[in-house]
Design a protein around this ligand. Sequence first.
Ligand code: UDP
Ligand code: MG
Length: 328
Amino acid sequence: MTEEKRGKILYLVVPCYNEEEIIEKTIAKLKEKMNRLIAENKISVKSKVMFVNDGSRDKTLSMLHEAAKEDSMISVLGFSTNFGHQSAILAGMMYSREYADMVVTIDADLQQDIEALDKFIACYMAGSEVVYGVRNDRNTDSFFKKTTATMYYKLLHWLGCNIITNHADYRLMSKKALNALSEYKEVNLFMRGLVPTMGFPSDVVYFDVKEREAGTSKNTLKKMLTLALDGVTSLSVKPLRMIMLLGGVTCLFALGMLVFTVVAWLNGNTVPGYATTVIMPLITDGVILISLGIIGEYIGKIYMESKERPRYIIDTFVWKDDSNDKSN
Ligand code: UDP
Ligand code: MG
C-alpha cells in the first residue's frame, strides 16, 4: 500500500508531571488507540506518541523510558526541571513537527475523550490546519472551577480576545501551523489564545470530559491563577487602557465632591469633613495601587520577555526510527 493511502503521520504530544499513578494505563490506552487508527488506515504506521516529562519528581520518567524501550511507537522528551504545562506542549509540538504531518496535544490523565481523535483527523483531512477540541459540558468540574472558568472566558471575550470558550489544550495542528507557531518567540505562553490569532482554516470537535481516573490534578490553584493572568496579559492591553478610564472617573468624582463642598460652603453649611478626608484618600490610594499593580504586571512580563531565556531545557530525548521495521 502506498504511504498516501496509509494516511498521514500523527504524533500525540502528552505532557506529564508526576503522573506515576496513571501513566501505565495512559500508555496502554494510547497505544491501543493508535494501533486501531493505523489498522483502519486513518494514520501512517510511522505515527507516534511523544511524552514530555515536565521535570517530574516521581517515577514517571523511568516508566516512560521503560515503555519506549518496549515499543518504538513511544518517544520521550525529558525536561531538566518543571517548566509548566504550556512549555511542555510547546516543546512536544516543536520536536514532533520534524516528523509529523499533524500533532495532537492531550493531557496525560486522559480526561479528554481519545475517541474524538477520529474526528480531529477527519477535519484535518478535510483541509483544516488547526482543530480545536471543545468540551461538551463542565459537569466533571467542581463548582468553583466551573464558575471561575466560565467567568474567565467571559472576561477574555470582553477584553477583545479571540478565544474559543471551553477549549483547553486538546488540539490538532498541522505541520504548516506548527511551523508558523515556531516563529512566535514569546515566553509568556498562552497557547489557546495565541493559536486562533494565527488565522489558519480551522474547525471544532466536541468531546466529553471524564473524571481523572488516578492521581490528583497537577494544576494547583497557583498554577491556574498564573495561567489566567498570563492569558490576559499575553492577549490584551485593555487593562492598561482601563486604568486611564479609572483615573478619569476618579478625577470626575473628585471634581463633583469639590463642587458639592463649595456649594455647601456658600450656603453656610459647615462640611462634616472627617469622613470625606479619611475615605477619599483611601479610595484614590486604592485606585492608584491597583493601577500600579496592573502596570507592574505588564512591566514584569516585558522584563521576562526581554531576557529571552529558553522556554524549556531538554535533558533527554528518546526517539526511534522504525520506518524500516514496519513498512514491509
Ligand atoms: N502538567 C505538566 N506540567 C505542570 C502541570 C501539569 O506537564 O506543571 C500536565 C499534567 O501532567 C497533565 C496536564 O498537564 O498531563 C494537565 O494537568 P492536570 O490534569 O493535572 O490539570 P487539570 O485537568 O486538573 O486542569
Ligand atoms: Mg486533568
